[in-house]
Design a binder for this molecule. Structure first.
Ligand code: SF4
Length: 325
């Protein structure tokens, strides 16, 4: 059985102007040791879906799911307190901007110690040793010195390593990394990705990478989910999906990325998907991509279902055939 299985996950936000559907009928499954990616533009619902899985939604949100199994436990049958306990001891999440996730007025050591205490604790000496072990695991060699320092004394890359160390304190079975490298310099980005992949291998920990960068997904993930307007519009094995997208939105995203090296073609114009991502409180009728889709047809005023196609899931009435790619 998979580590995490979620079906028909929906998240709505209650606002002054009405209910906003941020995630609509998402289906996710991930096994131990797998690396999966979620991609989409800002506002596509990928971060809200991650927060829902990690049990960190704000009180303004309402979440529903037909199935929510974690490590063999059915979360839909648990009380909120039981659910929260199970999630917090099995799932960790790190975010894009480590310096805003860390408290600037507290030392790294204090914040790490607080997290270790939350997840079981031990004596002060044991917690200190655990903190040093976690800092070493994430490649911070001078852990004793860093323990006494404040976040502003560390670089962005080191702060992200500290966040990863804190995320490892509960020995998670699933680590969700929401744009973990976006705020970092390019060379530091690859170090953090290498670290996440090493931890994934060493601990057989599942890793869910949320990003807007296809190059990260192509190098790291086994499976990709593409999100648009709060819905998963395509999912499948990474190589297949990137080399032959079936959904017009996946194709548009891929065609708008510059190519380098052997794929570089002089004079090639990048594809520009017209319009912008729909506001979640004013979603179009029928297919949400309809007003922007170059392949739209009158049938597209009917909402497409997510259906299976050659080992892939695609939400489109007219999935692209090979010759259209
Ligand atoms: S259903 Fe229609 S509008 Fe939507 S992606 Fe497919 S072709 Fe485009």
């Amino acid at each position: 059985m998979g580590l995490l299985q979620v079906e028909n996950l929906s998240v709505d936000f209650q606002t002054d102007s009405g209910i906003i559907p941020a995630v609509d009928s998402a289906k996710i499954s991930i096994n131990s040791g797998q690396v999966q990616g979620v991609i989409g533009e800002s506002g596509s619902g990928k971060s809200v879906m991650a927060l829902a899985i990690a049990g960190l939604l704000s009180p303004a949100a309402t979440m529903r799911a037909d199935l929510f199994n974690l490590d063999g436990h059915d979360l839909t049958r648990m009380s909120p307190a039981e659910r929260q306990k199970l999630i917090s001891s099995n799932i960790s999440i790190i975010f894009q901007e480590p310096t805003s996730s860390l408290n600037p007025s507290l030392t790294i050591g204090y914040q790490l110690d607080e997290t270790i205490r939350f997840h079981g604790g031990g004596t002060r000496k044991q917690r200190f040793e655990k903190a040093q072990e976690l800092l070493a695991q994430v490649g911070i060699i001078d852990g004793k010195r860093r323990y006494k320092e404040y976040p502003h004394q560390l670089s962005g890359g080191l702060n992200q390593r500290v966040m990863i160390a804190m995320a490892l304190a509960c020995e998670p079975k699933l680590l969700i990394a929401d744009e973990p490298t976006t705020a970092l310099d390019v060379t530091v980005q690859s170090q953090i990705l290498d670290l996440l992949l090493r931890l994934n291998e060493e601990h057989n920990m599942a890793l869910m990478l949320i990003t807007h960068d296809f190059s990260i997904l192509s190098e790291t993930t086994d499976k990709v989910y593409v999100m648009y307007g709060g819905q998963i519009v395509e999912s499948g094995r990474t190589y297949n999906l990137l080399s032959q997208p079936y959904h017009p939105y996946t194709k548009a995203l891929l065609d708008s990325v510059p190519h380098y090296g052997m794929h570089y073609k002089k004079g090639r114009r990048l594809f520009n998907l017209k319009g912008s991502t729909p506001s979640l409180d004013h979603l179009p009728v029928g297919c949400y991509l309809g007003p922007r889709c170059p392949y739209a047809n009158k049938k597209c005023v009917q909402p497409p279902e997510l259906r299976s196609l050659k080992g892939r899931k695609v939400r489109c009435h007219f999935p692209l055939l090979e010759e259209e790619n």
